[in-house]
Design a protein around this ligand. Sequence first.
Ligand code: 5AD
Ligand code: SF4
Length: 351
Amino acid sequence: SFSALLDVLLVGKSPGREGWRLLLAGLDDGQDASLRAFAAEAARKRFGNGVFIRGLVEISSWCRNNCYYCGLRRSNRFASRYRLSQEQILDCCREGARLGFGTFVLQGGEDTEQDDDWIEDLIGKLRMEFPRHAITLSVGERDGEVYRRWRDAGAGRYLLRHETRNEAHYARLHPREMDGARRRECLRTLKALGYQTGAGMMVGTPGQTWDCLLDDIAFLEELEPEMIGMGPFVPAAHTPFARHPAGSVSLTLRLIALMRLRFPDALIPATTALATLDAHGREAGILAGANVVMPNLSPLAVRGRYSIYDHKASGGSEAAEGLHRLEQDLKKIGYHISYGRGDSPGHEVGK
Ligand code: 5AD
Ligand code: SF4
């Protein structure tokens, strides 16, 4: 039953596949709401009422990959392409440091011009100028040796969603040149190298079934990532899935709640995709157990051109300049911004 499964989660154990199935697909609205309340309580017990902020710098909208769901896929001739220089990125981080961010996230497509050496060089410069800030990378699949060099240069965290654990579903979302097993291998390498590692999946992509999500949960239980990024699928113009419906906000919230209860220490963002589909999506994410938001620090001149999907939220409290607005929004639901690095418990510097 629901309450027995909840007890299993609360003592730190896995409900198992059929337990997860009931929690994911078998709850009534009242149980769904109480699941979110328990998850928010679990997050508060671990992190208090603070929400960590990450300054997101979208370093390049070029990508060599061709994921069917993404507006930045290489075949999209309508995508607006830009690439930031190292100096532009450093300027974004200077602004971020001034605003109080303790973490910078450098996110980009797999741009062949911003190559492995260039990124290593950039990390070195950031490390020099911001010795106490956390540097998170999110630039896709690379060789283990490259991940090692970047780790040595001073990057401590890496975001790489596995997207979907189910092989057939992975093949529905990506061309044959891409391989889910290779991506999972990258994730295992990142963890072994000591990165605080983020995995995660989209919710409601074409062809996704309950079993796909159960496979995702099983994979997360196996990998035990420090960070779990989950957002609803949002259709993107000029992509093969442009006419598919968006993913469900309430199912995304349920997954956030379930992953919070299973992984009390995890860093789980209330994603921009959630905020894009629902005016109160970010707050709803926090009230379902999320404890991270990632305001946009990209230069205003390129803001909005990193169009992985349509109508992506990038103004107001999604913007780094909107921290005051964010603080107000959080206050309304009884939360506040946590400044500082926000490391995964057990991965704090000096430990
Ligand atoms: N809708 C929602 N999320 C998307 N992503 C890419 N395209 C979309 C889309 N259309 C997500 C992927 C990727 C992350 C950076 O953005 O999960 O890993
Ligand atoms: Fe490239 Fe990432 Fe978009 Fe795939 S999801 S096309 S890897 S930017």
